[in-house]
Design a protein around this ligand. Structure first.
Ligand SMILES: [Zn+2]
Length: 118
């Protein structure tokens, strides 16, 4: 798999994790200290944020630009392609395109980065 594509997938995972932690942090601030958190959700969010910034800095400028654009509009900026169909928008990818994850590719229809799983 293209190293930039791997970073994109990891970024997407970290962002999902961050969203979960943000929700936990909100819950936590409302809650009277019943549960003992080993790491405060607020701190975990800050740490994830730091890691996300660190990883974004490794992305090539054009990749980062597209990533930010897509991530603003869609819950997932990187989506799998199964049986030739983009799972970001469920439109078929052009059949002529080779199924390889060695290049950075995106769906012409929804703009999401794609990786092939079959
Ligand atoms: Zn698509």
């Amino acid at each position: 798999m293209h190293p930039q594509l791997e970073i994109l997938l990891e970024l997407q995972d970290l962002k999902a994790q961050k969203r979960e932690m943000e929700e936990a942090a909100e819950e936590h601030s409302r809650e009277i200290e019943r549960k003992v958190f080993k790491v405060k959700p607020e701190d975990a969010v800050a740490q994830l944020e730091e890691k996300i910034e660190e990883m974004e800095a490794v992305l090539e400028p054009e990749v980062l630009k597209r990533y930010r654009l897509v991530a603003e509009r869609r819950p997932r900026a990187v989506v799998p392609v199964l049986s030739g169909t983009c799972y970001g928008c469920f439109v078929d990818m052009p059949t002529a395109s080779p199924k390889t994850n060695e290049d950075i590719r995106w769906c012409e229809h929804c703009g999401a980065f794609v990786y092939f799983v079959d």
